[in-house]
Design a protein around this ligand. Structure first.
Ligand SMILES: *[C@@H]1O[C@H](CO)[C@@H](O)[C@H](O)[C@H]1NC(C)=O
Ligand SMILES: *[C@@H]1O[C@H](CO)[C@@H](O)[C@H](O)[C@H]1NC(C)=O
Ligand SMILES: *[C@@H]1O[C@H](CO)[C@@H](O)[C@H](O)[C@H]1NC(C)=O
Length: 451
């Protein structure tokens, strides 16, 4: 009996998991009322789903805990796999997951091959990811896209992302899932920003705007400063922003070793009132040289199998890379802005105006009607005000460098391992009242037996 109870108590752990994350006004909060700042790390070991290998997740989450991380960002998941083991490993380490609903290969995102589409099949693919992940308490947010708009004229595809967010928010609410924030992760493109940022939040109907916005920015390199890095400009454009904003990728590696000094700006008095932290790019060391851990010496670039992919071993025990790992860890250890409590915070900022047409920079006028599911990309975009223009965006150099694992995809064939205890864990999360009833009954019976 006691053993059975202990086993059941072990299974109840998911119920006692982390407080959930919600967006309120321009800030993120935990369900127990504290303001939440991401101390995140981009986590995508291979093109496969990194949240399906429990023992790997246990090894990585344990080291991330010593790093001081509270979030991972995952670019690609496979909804048909079993994620219970990994999600509880990260939860046990106090780590939330921010998950791309699409695929970083572009397959399921609205903009693909230059022709924006928000089709029923893409919508259904997004739904499957949401269905699979919504009931993990440590899922903090979903992205409807990553760095898909990279030039001024690409702005005409922005309504497809806003439509995807609108439809996924409506789906989330229709299914009575909790209000997991839904946002977009933007490349730092001078010509597009800040219009894209404002567009994603604009309009009086919040059902049609994003819940948060995030930026992949690599402009703070080495011994830079708030002014020199241009973070002061990012702050100017964020200070009046009505929804949460954070860095969904950061960590320039042009100067080594990395000191991650931008973290002290993001979490300090200049920015912490407007920004909700950052995700540092990235966990694993690979060709792009952004990693803070390695899984062994570089392998033969042509080798495959045994966890080796594109010249790097990507499984096993992670080893911190010095001094970058320690530098990030010591930065985060000193940075703990308190922010405000949810109760003490009343949002006052209203949505920004929808941007006006500016040739080559923003090629739509105002709050254009969003495309419906199945709308043809070209039909929709030609109906928008057209550019007379030559405009082409200028991309910041380093943001496109952070893409080695995103470039290719390998076939996934993992068996969907179903085991008993994860199912019990899932059941307890779905039926907490019934579960607490069982636990109380168990203790009662035990009491009777002892007496
Ligand atoms: C707000 O947008 C949603 C989703 O498009 C729509 O269903 C609703 O009718 C809109 N509300 C108003 C007041 O226009
Ligand atoms: C963004 O900030 C820049 C620099 O201060 C400013 O020139 C620009 O008007 C701002 N744009 C918006 C839309 O807030
Ligand atoms: C980063 O590491 C270098 C080399 O060990 C060290 O000199 C520097 O102080 C560290 N910086 C931070 C911010 O920890």
């Amino acid at each position: 009996m006691v053993i059975l109870l202990l086993a059941l108590l072990a299974a109840v752990c998911p119920v006692l998991a982390l407080p959930t994350i919600e967006a309120k006004g321009s800030k993120l909060f935990t369900s127990d009322g504290a303001q939440f700042y991401l101390k995140g790390i981009a986590y995508q070991l291979t093109p496969d789903d990194p949240l399906a290998d429990t023992s790997q997740c246990k090894l990585d989450s344990a080291l991330m805990k010593t790093l001081g991380a509270n979030s991972i960002r995952v670019y690609h998941v496979e909804p048909q796999l079993d994620h219970d083991g990994c999600m509880s490993a990260f939860s046990d380490a106090g780590i939330y997951a921010w998950i791309d609903l699409g695929s970083y290969t572009g397959k399921n995102t609205p903009l693909y091959g230059g022709n924006p589409q928000w089709t029923k099949s893409k919508y259904q693919a997004y739904q499957k990811v949401m269905d699979t992940f919504h009931d993990y308490d440590n899922v903090a947010g979903f992205f409807v896209g990553n760095e898909m708009l990279t030039t001024g004229p690409d702005s005409k595809a922005a309504p497809f992302y806003k439509a995807a967010a609108r439809d996924m928010k409506a789906y989330r609410d229709k299914k009575s899932y909790r209000k997991i924030p839904i946002g977009y992760s933007a490349a730092d493109i001078t010509a597009l920003r800040p219009n894209l940022q404002n567009y994603m939040a604009c309009g009086s109907n919040s059902s049609e705007a994003l819940d948060f916005y995030s930026l992949n920015a690599y402009s703070w390199c080495g011994d830079s400063s708030y002014e020199q890095s241009g973070y002061n400009m990012l702050q100017l454009n964020a200070s009046d922003y009505n929804i949460p904003i954070f860095m969904s990728e950061t960590g320039c590696n042009l100067v080594k070793p990395r000191n991650f000094d931008d973290q002290s700006a993001l979490f300090g008095p200049d920015m912490a009132d407007s920004w909700s932290g950052s995700v540092v790019y990235e966990w694993i060391e690979e060709t792009n040289n952004y990693g803070i851990v390695s899984y062994g010496a570089p392998a033969d670039p042509t080798a495959t199998g045994d966890g080796v992919y594109e010249g790097y071993t990507r499984t096993g025990t992670p080893t911190p890379i010095s001094p970058d790992f320690e530098n990030l860890s010591s930065q985060w250890a000193t940075l703990s802005p308190k922010g405000v409590s949810a109760d003490a915070y009343t949002p006052t900022i209203s949505p920004p105006a929808c941007p006006a047409f500016t040739s080559g920079m923003w090629e739509m006028s105002g709050n254009v009607p969003l495309p419906t599911i199945g709308a043809k990309g070209t039909d929709y975009t030609t109906a928008l005000p057209s550019a007379s223009a030559d405009g082409s965006g200028t991309s910041t150099s380093a943001s496109s460098a952070a893409s080695s694992t995103r470039a290719s995809s390998i076939a996934v064939s993992r068996r969907n391992m179903e085991s008993f205890w994860p199912k019990v864990g899932k059941w307890t999360r779905e039926h907490p009242a019934a579960w607490y009833g069982l636990v109380v009954a168990g203790f009662f019976i035990m009491g009777v037996v002892v007496v």
